[in-house]
Design a protein around this ligand. Structure first.
Ligand code: ATP
Length: 275
């Protein structure tokens, strides 16, 4: 039964054909990605001849209220986040022939996952820490809007001219002030969501740091043994990942990050002299 459902879903979820025009203005040029609940297309906005990205709720989910709610909440969050250079700008949303879409700024960049694994891009420790610093600041912007990304992963970070852009707010969550929850419950929830995003930043940092690690002779060692990092970077990672006392706020992260960036500097120079 599940197999039959999958086949039907596969047929229903065929992407829109190339050159089709949506809303009389967005001409589909390519499929950028097909995720678990959305499909993203590169389109040309015929009104002003610019590239845009159009996300469609998977056709197989378009009648499920829960999925529609999630999709409209994603749109709402992008609208709230508005004008940040590291978040795609929401341009409009619409329904056509019973399908749900939103249009956003097209980010002409490549995601961190393909840069690391296909292009084999290497980040020095300091470059890795500086990139994480940029990401922490974006995440702080989200949290200040009571929005928690919930899915900070290397495929969801597009690099455009060395600047990271955060995409895919499909699993993001917004904490709304409601009378249903009391203050204690709300702050507990806030704490959990914040720590989840901090943990993911630690995980991304590990991916970046491993880019310089030689893959040969890899034994089953922990990242602490494999990477042999300066103490400040290890401390930062241990706290982001919740191995040691978790960070209470973003200022504490910035404090440790800046220390690690400086120590990285001294360490790298020392290594260069030794070479
Ligand atoms: N604004 C954008 N500009 C350019 N490319 C984009 C943009 N948004 C998304 N993409 C591309 O489309 C792909 C799919 O986007 P996204 O992750 O938002 O879709 P999704 O359907 O929610 O995926 P998943 O189900 O995996 O979360 C991305 O990996 C990225 O390559």
């Amino acid at each position: 039964m599940r197999f039959v459902r999958k086949i039907i879903q596969f047929i229903v979820d065929t992407p829109i054909e190339k050159d089709k025009i949506l809303m009389g203005r967005y001409q589909v040029k390519a499929v950028l990605g097909i995720g678990s609940y959305g499909m993203v297309y590169e389109c040309i906005d015929l009104l002003n001849d610019t590239r845009v990205a159009v996300k469609q709720l998977r056709p197989s989910k378009r009648k499920k209220q829960l999925e529609i709610d999630r999709f409209t909440e994603e749109i709402h969050m992008l609208r709230l986040l508005g004008n940040h250079s590291s978040i795609p700008k929401l341009l409009e949303s619409f329904q056509e022939e019973g399908h749900w879409f939103y249009v956003m700024e097209f980010i002409d960049g490549e995601n961190l996952e393909s840069l690391l694994f296909d292009k084999k891009l290497v980040f020095t420790r300091q470059e890795a820490l500086l990139l994480i610093r940029q990401l922490v600041s974006i995440v702080d912007y989200l949290h200040n809007h009571s929005i928690y990304h919930g899915d900070l992963r290397i495929p969801n970070i597009l690099m455009k001219n060395d600047v990271p852009v955060l995409i895919d707010f499909g699993l993001a969550c917004r904490l709304i002030d409601s009378r249903k929850n009391n203050d204690k419950e709300k702050s507990k929830q806030r704490e959990i969501l914040t720590q989840d995003d901090y943990y993911d930043l630690g995980d991304i940092l590990l991916f970046l740091l491993y880019s310089t690690y030689p893959k040969k002779n890899r034994k089953a060692l922990s990242w602490i043994e494999e990477l042999s990092l300066p103490a400040t970077t290890t401390n930062l990672l241990r706290r982001l990942l919740g191995i040691d006392e978790r960070y209470a706020n973003v200022e504490e992260i910035f404090h440790d990050l800046d220390k690690a960036i400086l120590e990285g500097n001294v360490h790298d120079t020392h290594e260069q002299i030794l070479l």
